[in-house]
Write a protein that binds this ligand. Structure first.
Ligand SMILES: Cc1cc2nc3c(=O)[nH]c(=O)nc-3n(C[C@H](O)[C@H](O)[C@H](O)COP(=O)(O)OP(=O)(O)OC[C@H]3O[C@@H](n4cnc5c(N)ncnc54)[C@H](O)[C@@H]3O)c2cc1C
Length: 394
């Protein structure tokens, strides 16, 4: 880690630190919890960051690491833009590389509904100040010769985009948190209690704190249920793979084909296979389904002809994302001293640097994000799981 990186510096003056003396437990050392722990600790809070496994042993360690600010909604775009800025500031030889890479999302000829959605999204992004372009097939072919474009009706291109290793990011932020004074407790599953706000660890130690942040990924709902809080969130299973091949860029989401891909040191990383039903975070199948890899490699080869359909598979896996009724996250205070950050619909890594910072600010007494207020739902709402990348209108 870079000792002279200003982004990783510890707050300079203990007397001006907003969190001085505040006891905070952060549950979950994924990208979100590790970021929040760092931002809390450098404001002087007395932070303990717990994980039932190791750092990034949840969804963060299974994520594709694609990042962009290409959101049509103004708040989403602002948060994602802030996150990209922070990825860039934190990235380095001795932290983690953030690789700049354009992001292309596209709809195919004949898929008018998604083509209209792409056009509308680009227009809304431009209205919000996001640097995004609309391109048709020929222009796309000139700009990105690696992509097959003869079947493309329209594409959006976002320049503020790139990818990073999510596990390396979380490890970097967890280390920075401990450098700023936080205590990291791995292999320590905890339970939460309220009135007063407490954390009970696996040794049975019952500790009262000023605030708890539950950033426990797919386990957040069951963890909060133990504290008597019902959350409108459903974990759902997705799959990804790494295959051999040569792809320098761009990153691409083929909305009509329903898959995404990005360059990877081993060739390329691709994913799809969203299961639109609730998964059990303790019992879901962590292996990819039979046939998943063959089918996806074939579809990827259609879009990137240099990837032969018989490209060799390096690995394939499954992991969990978290859905909410309105596809917006649940970030903020649930009850006095009890905070949550979950429900990222497959976009939690790319927003973690900003979400972690915002929830830390709220815990320290600042403003929360109104649109993501977790109390906007009762918790018992019935809703369908919808893939976070799907272009169908909300
Ligand atoms: C295949 C795949 C591809 C993805 N691709 C992308 C992508 O390209 N871009 C993107 O932005 N997002 C992507 N995502 C989504 C992304 O992984 C998540 O949104 C993000 O990692 C969520 O981070 P988190 O910190 O909230 O949760 P997690 O990383 O799940 O961390 C939660 C942590 O809490 C711990 N925990 C749980 N229960 C307890 C307990 N009782 N006590 C203590 N600790 C506990 C877990 O061990 C875990 O480490 C992808 C996800 C998958 C599965």
């Amino acid at each position: 880690m870079s000792g002279d990186d200003p982004e990783l510096a510890v707050g300079a003056d203990a007397f001006t630190q907003q969190g001085a003396g505040l006891e905070v437990a952060v549950v979950g050392a994924g990208a979100v919890g590790a970021t929040a722990a760092y931002d809390l600790a450098r404001e002087g809070a007395n932070v303990t960051l717990y994980d039932r496994g190791t750092v990034a042993s949840g969804s963060t360690g299974r994520a594709a690491g694609i990042c962009y600010d290409a959101f049509a909604d103004g708040l989403d775009a602002e948060l994602a833009g802030d996150a990209i800025e922070r990825f860039r500031a934190l990235s380095g030889d001795d932290t983690f590389p953030f690789v700049e890479c354009p992001y292309v999302w596209l709809a195919r000829e004949g898929d008018d509904e998604r083509a209209d959605a792409v056009r509308e999204q680009v227009a809304r992004m431009q209205d919000n100040g996001v640097v995004a372009l609309e391109m048709e097939g020929d222009a796309l072919a000139d700009r990105f010769p690696a992509l097959r474009t003869d079947d493309v009706a329209v594409a959006g291109i976002a320049g503020a985009a790139g990818y990073a290793d999510p596990g390396a990011y979380a490890a970097c932020l967890a280390a920075a948190a401990t450098g700023a004074g936080a205590t990291l407790e791995t292999e320590t599953p905890v339970e939460i209690r309220t009135d007063p706000t407490r954390v009970i660890d696996s040794e049975g130690e019952d500790r009262e704190v000023d605030a708890v942040l539950v950033a426990a990924g797919a386990h957040t709902k069951e963890l909060l249920a133990g504290a008597g809080v019902t959350l409108a969130m459903k974990p759902y299973r997705v799959q990804a793979l790494v295959a051999s091949g040569d792809l320098a860029g761009p990153m691409c989401y083929d909305a009509s084909g329903d898959f995404y891909l990005r360059p990877h040191a081993g060739g390329l990383l691709a994913g799809d296979g969203t299961e639109n039903r609730e998964a059990d975070p303790d019992a879901y199948d962590r292996e990819a389904d039979d046939g998943f890899a063959d089918d996806l490699v074939e579809r990827v080869a259609h879009r990137v002809p240099a990837i032969a359909a018989d490209a060799s598979l390096e690995r394939a896996w499954a992991g969990l994302c978290t859905a909410t009724p309105d596809r917006d996250p649940l970030v903020g205070e649930l009850r006095d001293g009890l905070f949550v950050a979950t429900g990222f619909q497959g976009h939690g890594f790319m927003r973690a640097p900003a979400i972690g910072q915002r929830i830390a600010t709220e815990i320290l007494g600042g403003e929360g994000i109104d649109a993501f207020d977790p109390t906007r739902f009762d918790g018992d709402e019935a809703f369908e799981v919808v893939s976070g990348m799907a272009l169908d209108p909300n």
